[in-house]
Design a protein. Structure first.
Length: 134
């Protein structure tokens, strides 16, 4: 088995893509090893490092990556909620939205018969429209 040490900081999104590639090929990746041992930090120091690191990661994201990151986190978060908790969140956002979403999910829609809404001209058939002078 191959061992690879990553010493550079990789964004959350790309780290997971990168890690997925290595897991597919059974390669052991030691992503947290830098070969540098640090002193034990207090909670305020850790909070400041978290704040700085988060700002670096966000500054390095393009809009598509940021959108995907936010979307994935929201889906993960909402997936852990019960139906009642999810309904509360949706209704706090828009009080009528829950009913609409449930209706969208539970109502069977019949396929629309295209012959009802379209009209075709037969060969040699034409339409004429009156033209008015203004």
């Amino acid at each position: 088995m191959t061992v690879i040490k990553l010493s550079r900081i990789v964004s959350y999104y790309y780290k997971h893509l990168f890690m997925g590639c290595f897991f597919m090929y059974n390669i052991n990746v030691d992503i947290f090893s830098t070969g540098f041992s640090t002193m034990q930090l207090n909670q305020d120091q850790l909070d400041n490092i978290i704040d700085q690191f988060s700002e670096i990661i966000v500054d390095g994201m393009d809009h598509k990556t940021m959108y995907q990151f936010v979307y994935d986190n929201l889906v993960d978060y909402y997936s852990d909620l019960t139906q009642d908790e999810l309904q509360d969140f949706v209704e706090m956002h828009d009080e009528d939205l829950w009913k609409e979403l449930v209706d969208n999910e539970t109502t069977d829609t019949l396929p629309i018969d295209p012959k009802t809404y379209t009209y075709g001209l037969a060969e040699g058939e034409s339409l004429s429209f009156p033209v008015h002078d203004s």
